[in-house]
Ligand binder design. Structure first.
Ligand code: PMP
Length: 356
């Protein structure tokens, strides 16, 4: 082995959900929104002047940051934007999880957290969910270097009530507690208001899910101004012009179209509840989700077989096959018509498997 090879930073990368080019595929694998961005976003992009691409974007993202702050009734110095919430979260790990003590997060959760921790050499301890796949708040009381969890949790979809979240924050005043609210708009209540009370809380949200803009890559963090200032320093030490001009324009227009997104989120929640009921009738165990996906397993056919057979029939869902969740599929909620195809193909597979 050449010498340089032994100095390469070894990482086990996150495996993103497939993005098949075949248009015919029903794509229920990456929790995208089945409805288009707001008409205001489409109008704003149609008016975009490509000549402005000669120039770097405005690095403070002032118009967008001001719009997000005013939507939440906050000051602009309490808002930080990034290239999707993945970018924001990576900077959060880099900035705040730096004490040498282990960061705590659930054993079944967003599978990027351990990737960032490993890459940045941050020690961590995972805390097992209980038998109902719920977070046990007491597990997060011990000495640690920070806490992070999604609410609702992913891939379970289970929502933690605000009093439990506050309990975790209150027990961890010496570290930063990150609540990843990627899926909060589909039936949860954001804990953003708690930042007025706790200067160690950092809330992360995204435009990728309820705002139908996964392709634009835009996410944001909300926290006390001191925390945001620390994040800004890291941003200005890595990639100051991180949000491109098109995304800035689309993001600004999206904030103004909030009513449209609230309506879509309601539609998706209704489709989710219908899907949950229907799959339960078909012999599935389905966790109670408040997100735009459900986590489900069939009681007769294995997760792997269902995943592979659904794919052959043109329906793509997410499958990990990991310990404790071997048979579970994570299924994104699409339009009611897409879910009907899922039911029909699933019924075919269950029938075929019975015949085997
Ligand atoms: N957090 C959670 C829990 C997620 O599931 C995702 C989506 N993969 C993200 C953050 C990142 O989403 P994005 O970068 O598109 O904002």
């Amino acid at each position: 082995m050449e010498n340089w090879e032994s100095y390469v930073r070894k990482v086990v990368p996150y495996v993103p959900g497939e993005q098949p080019q075949a248009e015919r595929m029903i794509k229920l694998n990456t929790n995208e929104n089945p409805y288009p961005p707001a008409p205001g976003v489409q109008r704003a992009l149609a008016g975009f002047n490509p000549d402005t691409l000669r120039l770097y974007p405005e690095p403070t993202c002032k118009v967008l940051v001001d719009a997000i702050a005013s939507y939440y009734g906050l000051c602009s110095d309490q808002v930080f934007v990034g290239v999707g919430s993945d970018d924001v979260l990576a900077m959060v790990f880099l900035t705040f999880f730096n004490s040498g003590k282990p960061v705590f997060f659930p054993d079944i959760t967003y599978s990027f957290y351990d990737v960032w921790a490993d890459m940045l050499r941050i020690p961590y301890e995972t805390k097992a969910l209980d038998d109902a796949f719920e977070i046990r708040v007491e597990d997060y009381y011990g000495e640690n270097g920070g806490v992070i969890f999604p609410n609702p949790n992913a891939p379970t979809g289970i929502l933690m009530p605000l009093d439990k979240i506050e309990d975790i924050i209150a027990h961890n005043r010496d570290v930063i507690v990150v609540v990843d609210e990627a899926y909060i708009d589909f039936g949860g209540t954001s804990c953003v208001d708690l930042i007025r009370k706790y200067d160690n809380l950092l809330v992360v949200q995204t435009y990728s899910k309820s705002r139908s803009m996964a392709g634009a890559r835009l996410g944001f963090a909300i926290a006390d101004a001191g925390i945001i200032a620390d994040l800004e320093k890291i941003k200005y030490s890595t990639n100051p012009y991180n949000i491109n001009r098109l995304t800035l324009l689309a993001g600004e227009a999206a904030v103004e179209s909030n009513a449209y997104y609230v309506e879509n989120a309601k539609k998706i929640a209704a489709t989710r509840d219908m899907t949950t009921q229907k799959l339960r009738e078909m012999g599935f165990t389905v966790l109670d989700s408040k997100a735009n996906f459900i986590f489900a397993k069939n009681n007769a056919v294995s997760g792997r077989v269902l995943y592979e057979e659904l794919k052959k029939k043109g329906v793509l869902v997410r499958f990990w096959g990991k310990e404790k969740i071997e048979d579970f599929l994570r299924i994104t909620i699409g339009t009611p018509e897409q879910m009907e195809v899922l039911f029909a193909k699933t019924a075919e597979i269950l029938q075929e498997q019975k015949g085997d």
